[in-house]
Design a protein around this ligand. Sequence first.
Ligand code: SF4
Length: 318
Amino acid sequence: MKKIRTFGKYLKEKYGFRVKKIPLAIGGFTCPNIDGSVAKGGCTFCLNDSFSPNLAKNKDKIFLNLNSKENPILNKQIAQVILQIKQNKLQFQKKLKIKKYIAYFQAFTNTYAPFDTLKTLYETALNQKDIIGISIGTRSDSVEDEVLEYLSELSKTKEVWIEFGIQSTFDETLKRINRGHDVKSIKDAIKRAKRYNLNVCGHLIFGLPGENKEMMLKSAYESYEMGIDSVKFHPLYVVKNTILANEYLRGEFKPISMQEYIDVLVEAIDMMPKEIIIQRVTAGIKDSSLLAPSWCGEDKNYQMAQIKKALRRRGYVY
Ligand code: SF4
């Protein structure tokens, strides 16, 4: 049986103990695809409401003088980083007895703020007890070399990752989902990050509008070719009150079925270079905001069981 290289295994091998990622959603960050800098409205599947539209509208005001000691927004953001790390640690320690963590700046575009602000927030996370690294989720059009250089310096002593939403390597798809950047932008950002020796994770979505299996696999292949070190696979699901929800309700978009998703996932894994680390193989949402497909609202263990079964048939142990 062939072994899948998961992020958990990679960290255990490297550090000799289990390490868990703590997801952070820090208010004050927004996205250039929402606030009008790149586009308005965001990606068609993105629930903008959850990205604090008021903060988004006031981005310039928020980040004005953000580094002043008296700045209440920055102080609030620092407090959020500390609190969210503390709360998550408590949960993980209770359930899984994990002692070391990576702070994952997940929500919004976490390099889209003045450099000094970013440094303050990243360093706040790194200064918390038991935090051995950071992972920064962002967009390819929102990362300055100054930030990459700084992260590269940090990576000499800490576990540092940068995560880019690739989603698809077809410009027509990126346009259709109002991504606000093209494939060239993704290739350029990954190339720059690798030039700074950074660990890069690429996010891919299967089931995007207008894409067939061949296109999804081509996106996976081309992402591997870009030099990513790690990958997260997601099925596209429709959340209420999004542009995609309207397309779905008008019958213009058919969500991917569980079987179709697993088929493409297994093939994408099968053609992946063995050194690439898998961080995620599925996603879902277990609340009433999910419109379709219903299988994305199923228990995660159920989804994982089906995926593992399909991988086993291909000769893999997960
Ligand atoms: S890049 Fe991310 S945060 Fe921005 S609109 Fe798209 S999904 Fe939403």
